[in-house]
Design a binder for this molecule. Structure first.
Ligand code: FMN
Length: 386
């Protein structure tokens, strides 16, 4: 198959071989914070699929901020396992790029970890002090440098889906210290962290970007104009994207919603599939701004699994009209890790059925994967029902 889907893309000073991006998807199968044999096998399978970019799922920069009980943590003690994961990946896909998504789960941490918040007056989670936030920022910087040491080609500084860095950006972040209130304060965390990572990186080709939820769908959330607003107003988030570009970041991965609260926006299911058109509009809105202002951030669109077998056609349209630079697949990478290579060779693809099975396994804190096409996860799901 010869099409724009398989055209290379220049990203910073690297070449992405095609326009398929494997989105971060938590498999919840780490071993005490390090990638396990199962984790490494999953990424090796993805490597064989020939995705232009593969993003390693949310990896915590902080020991006690895990959203998944078997989630991974990027600290020096786990570095060798991350090196192995990246090394194995590159054996099977030397052309594609591999990034690590760095996160702190904040309010979305599990009960087995520590649930914390940076928003004042939130009942329940422990309120984070200004100093603690400073230390979390240092942890992001250290983890980014470790990602580079592990051999990753870049990082995704996770600011989406209601986790710590997304909570920071919200108009509802009314902290009265330097981390809240004004737009400048709410963007300080990522601006300072990214600037420091850049100043400490010795390799100029390391790629940095961020995944954001352009609209979270909650009152005072990202994509609203004030702490009491629910109506979509993207101007604040467009400003965030301008800051990313000004900082010299390389990509923005446009997503939406908070899976735990407004999950149908993030990952539409069979019954909510038309919500995916918001995702297309969000990506186009971002790309329009970037083009109009002659900026260089590359734009990744989300939720392409929702289109099932029509996804390649939608990709052709979105890429052909320059509405996005890369198209990101989440659930489809579980359904068929080999999707790009199979499409290129005209082979039959196992398309995601939007059954929500992987989301249910995730909610149950099980190892996660496709319950339709992969017997291991099918069995886990069967036991879940009993
Ligand atoms: C089981 C599961 C795990 C996920 N893990 C992550 C993650 O680690 N980081 C992230 O940014 N998004 C995560 N997501 C969201 C996906 O990356 C993606 O945005 C979402 O599934 C919509 O895209 P799709 O229609 O292609 O699946 C996850 C989604 C699911 C269902």
């Amino acid at each position: 198959m010869n099409s724009i889907l398989f055209e290379p893309l220049v990203l910073k000073n690297r070449t992405v071989p095609n326009r398929f991006l494997a989105q971060a998807m938590e498999g919840n199968d780490g071993d005490k914070g390090a990638p396990s044999e199962r984790t490494i096998r999953r990424y090796t399978e993805l490597a064989k699929g020939g995705w232009g970019i593969t993003v390693v799922e949310a990896v915590s920069v902080w020991e006690t901020s895990l959203a998944r009980i078997n989630g991974m943590i990027l600290k020096r003690k786990n570095l060798d396992s991350f090196k192995r994961l990246i090394g194995e990946f590159k054996k099977y896909n030397s052309e594609g790029l591999i990034f690590i998504q760095l996160t702190h789960s904040g309010e979305r941490s599990g009960k087995f970890s520590e649930i914390v918040t940076l928003t004042p007056d939130r009942a329940g989670p422990r309120y984070l002090s200004s100093d603690e936030i400073e230390r979390i920022k240092d942890a992001f910087v250290e983890a980014a440098l470790l990602a580079r040491e592990a051999g990753a080609d870049g990082i995704d500084f996770k600011m989406c889906h209601g986790y710590f860095c997304g909570e920071m950006l919200r108009p509802a972040n009314t902290r009265d210290d330097k981390w809240g209130g004004s737009f400048e304060n709410r963007t300080r965390f990522f601006r300072e962290a990214v600037a420091e990572i850049k100043s400490r990186l010795t390799q100029p080709d390391f790629i940095m970007g961020s995944r954001i939820s352009l609209y979270e769908g909650i009152r005072g959330g990202c994509g609203t104009a004030g702490r009491d607003e629910i109506i979509e107003d993207l101007s604040g988030m467009i400003e965030v994207i301008r800051s990313m570009d000004d900082l010299g970041m390389d990509f923005v991965n446009v997503s939406a919603g908070i899976p735990a609260l407004t999950g149908a926006i993030t990952r539409p299911t069979q019954s909510s599939k038309y919500l995916v058109y918001h995702q297309l509009r969000y990506a186009k809105t971002v790309k329009d701004t970037i083009q109009k202002e002659n900026r260089s951030l590359k734009v990744i669109g989300s939720a392409y699994s929702t289109f099932k077998e029509e996804a390649p056609l939608i990709m052709e349209e979105m890429l052909g009209k320059s509405y996005v630079d890369l198209c990101g697949f989440g659930r489809q990478i579980f359904a068929d890790p080999l999707t790009p290579v199979k499409l290129k060779q005209g082979e039959k693809i196992n398309w995601c059925l939007l059954c929500s099975g992987c989301s249910k396994l995730m909610a149950a804190q099980m190892n996660d994967g496709c319950i339709i096409y992969n017997p291991y996860y099918r069995e886990l799901n069967r036991n879940l029902k009993v």
